[in-house]
Design a protein around this ligand. Structure first.
Ligand SMILES: *Cc1c(COP(=O)(O)O)cnc(C)c1O
Length: 353
């Protein structure tokens, strides 16, 4: 039986992308070569890189003032890369501390400059997105995690500040429209909403670069990567190829506006059932904070947990076990999750005896 992949990441990809990605392993666009064996300096790969970048620029309306980079090292490398490139030791970055990934970014940033935690939901095990805060003046940038994959929370509105926002969008990039002009850097590991693990998308406003005094190793300097068109060294060719296929798919679906509608509709179906069904409870403190990407919930009676997991698995729902720091269940319903996949899970909940 084909399983429905609710895993938090690496995560579900569109079925048509998997088919095309598999075909390209045999023969890339009739070239007689596998995508796995083409040179990163070949015309064929250059076309892939160009198309991926063009799709990103088109879908998100990204102008020339931003560089678009395909790097390796995951979002976790961007936790320090951003600070290394933007923050001098005497300067301060503001942080919205909304989960384990934010906390990791804070730790790494402290290696390079000062950190001011503007607001935090840590005391409530990160079960909400803070709203009552004001951003102080004089910050070099403000960092946030737009969607908290582990805790099932997501920013709906972004902070009011003149400082550029630096955002870890690993788990909700391209899932909705965003006010790009507020952002100085957006980064995202591909393996949640964009493709397989191995490539990290970075969108960076060029005028923010070159203000740090420290010498930067070439690989860790956004300017070097921009100049080299993400091919300063050998980039992750295959993950970039699959990301390009996924971006084509997003465009075919109708772009970010269509993704947003699709994601709202799926999340509503699941949250409505959690709210309606007395045997389940959401783990997020308020509706405003609920993520459209990672839906976290528990059984009202702990004793039901194993039986519900078994019922979901019997219906083909894979990967719904919650993160150990929250418990219960987490259904990750990224862009590529079809509405019917969520319906299957909701039917298991409805029929759960
Ligand atoms: C998965 C995830 C990460 C970690 O990404 P890596 O690519 O494994 O480093 C960071 N931030 C968020 C929000 C994530 O969901």
């Amino acid at each position: 039986m084909k399983k429905i992949n609710f895993s938090a990441g690496p995560a579900i990809l569109p079925a048509s992308v998997i088919t095309q990605a598999a075909a390209a392993v045999e023969n890339l666009d009739g070239s007689g070569l596998s995508v796995l064996e083409i040179s990163h300096r070949s015309d064929a790969f250059d076309a892939v890189l160009q198309e991926a970048e063009a799709l990103i620029r088109e879908l998100m309306n990204v102008g020339d003032e931003y560089g678009v980079l395909f790097l390796s090292g995951g979002a976790s490398t961007q936790f320090f890369y951003t600070a290394m490139n933007l923050l001098n030791p005497e300067e301060t970055a503001g942080f919205l501390d909304t989960g384990a990934w934010s906390a990791k970014a804070i730790k790494e940033t402290k290696l390079f400059g000062k950190v001011d935690i503007i607001a935090s939901s840590e005391a409530a095990n990160y079960n909400y997105i803070p709203r009552d805060y004001s951003v102080p003046e004089g910050l070099k940038y403000v960092h946030l995690t737009s969607n908290n994959t582990i805790f099932g929370t997501q920013f709906r509105d972004f902070p009011e500040t003149d400082a550029p926002l630096v955002a870890d969008m690993s788990s909700d990039i391209f899932s909705r429209r965003i006010p790009l002009e507020k952002f100085g850097i957006i980064y995202a590991g591909a393996q949640k909403n964009l493709g397989p693990a191995g490539v990290t998308l970075v969108i960076v406003r060029k005028d923010l670069l070159g203000t740090v005094q420290r010498p930067l190793p070439s690989m860790l300097d956004y300017r070097v990567q921009i100049k080299g068109g993400s091919t300063f060294n050998t980039p992750p060719v295959y993950p970039i190829y699959v990301m390009m296929l996924t971006l084509r798919w997003i465009k075919e679906q109708g772009g970010l506006e269509a993704m947003e509608k699709h994601n709202e509709r799926k999340a509503k179906l699941l949250y409505d059932e959690i709210d309606r069904n007395p045997r389940f409870e959401g783990t997020v403190a308020n509706e405003y904070s609920r993520s459209l990407m990672n839906v976290t919930f528990t059984c009202t009676d702990d004793a039901d947990t194993d039986a519900f997991l078994a019922a979901a698995e019997a219906a083909g729902c894979d990967g719904i076990t919650g993160h150990r720091s929250v418990g219960g269940f987490r259904a990750s319903i990224y862009n590529s999750m079809p509405y019917e996949g969520v319906e299957t899970l909701v039917n298991v909940m409805k029929n759960f005896k």
